[in-house]
Structure formats: structure tokens, C-alpha cells
Design a protein around this ligand. Structure first.
Ligand SMILES: [Zn+2]
Ligand SMILES: [Zn+2]
Ligand SMILES: [Zn+2]
Length: 144
């Protein structure tokens, strides 16, 4: 995936470039994994950006579609960079997480699933996006 520079990402999504937004995106671009706003705040400790600013901007970046929320079945919202569309498999015992890509994510099996969802739906006429995570046990945890 070609990584656009942070200013371009913000501009394309109609957001002003601020120091906090740049720093947040830098963190999530260098660490390609989902993080909570709290974890991002801790990674940015040195930049002295206050907690409220981090939380507010992470949410704003998610609204703009630059970040996406990932549901890891934990009591916190996780965010990751949305540029590279992919899915996760997560160990429910130790939390190990792996990314995986599905070829033709919007045309193949996922497309027929979304068609199925629409056919069985009374209230919806379009599917615009999807998220798909799998939960299970990693090899280490399966040994126990
Ligand atoms: Zn991911
Ligand atoms: Zn595990
Ligand atoms: Zn997908």
C-alpha cells in the first residue's frame, strides 16, 4: 500500500493539519495495529499533548474515515489506520492479533454476503462498508 503523507490524508478528508493530528497519524502509521485512545496518549507522552486532545482528535479522525474503529470484544474502542483495508484474527485468551487480507474484498464472498444481508433486510437499501474479525485461540494458547 502506498502511504500518503499525513498532510495529504488530512487535506483530502477536509481536516486541518494540527500537531496533534499529525502525531496521532504518525503513531498509527508506524505501528500497524489497533490501539485505544489511551494507548495512543501514552505513546505520545513525549509530545505533551493532553489526554482530552488525543481522545477528541482520535474520534474526529475516525469520523473523517482516516481511522477506523475495530471491535476486539474488549471494553474499549480500538482505532487503526483505515488506508489498508484488512481483517483480524484475535486470540480470545491472550489477545494475540494477526491481520489478514481477503482478495477482492468488495467483489467476492463479502459482496455476496452483503447482497444476502440486503435481501433479508426490510430497512436497508445499500451496504457501504464492512468489518470482519475472527476470534479464536492462537497455537500457544491451544497447547494449554
Ligand atoms: Zn489491523
Ligand atoms: Zn493466545
Ligand atoms: Zn474486507
Amino acid at each position: 500500500m502506498a502511504i500518503m503523507n499525513v498532510q495529504d490524508q488530512l487535506r483530502e478528508n477536509g481536516l486541518k493539519t494540527t500537531n496533534a493530528r499529525q502525531k496521532i497519524l504518525d503513531v498509527l502509521q508506524t505501528n500497524c495495529a489497533p490501539y485505544t485512545a489511551e494507548e495512543i496518549f501514552h505513546k505520545l507522552k513525549k509530545s505533551r499533548i493532553d489526554r482530552a486532545t488525543v481522545y477528541r482528535n482520535v474520534e474526529r479522525l475516525a469520523q473523517a474515515g482516516i481511522l477506523r474503529k475495530v471491535d476486539l470484544h474488549k471494553n474499549a474502542t480500538y482505532y487503526e489506520h483505515a488506508l489498508d483495508h484488512h481483517h483480524h484474527i484475535i486470540c480470545t485468551s491472550c489477545g494475540t492479533l494477526e491481520d489478514f487480507h481477503i482478495e477482492n474484498c468488495n467483489t467476492g464472498a463479502i459482496k455476496s454476503l452483503s447482497k444476502h444481508a440486503l435481501r433479508s433486510s426490510k430497512k436497508f437499501s445499500a451496504v457501504s462498508e464492512h468489518s470482519l474479525e475472527f476470534f479464536g485461540y492462537c497455537k500457544e494458547c491451544s497447547k494449554i
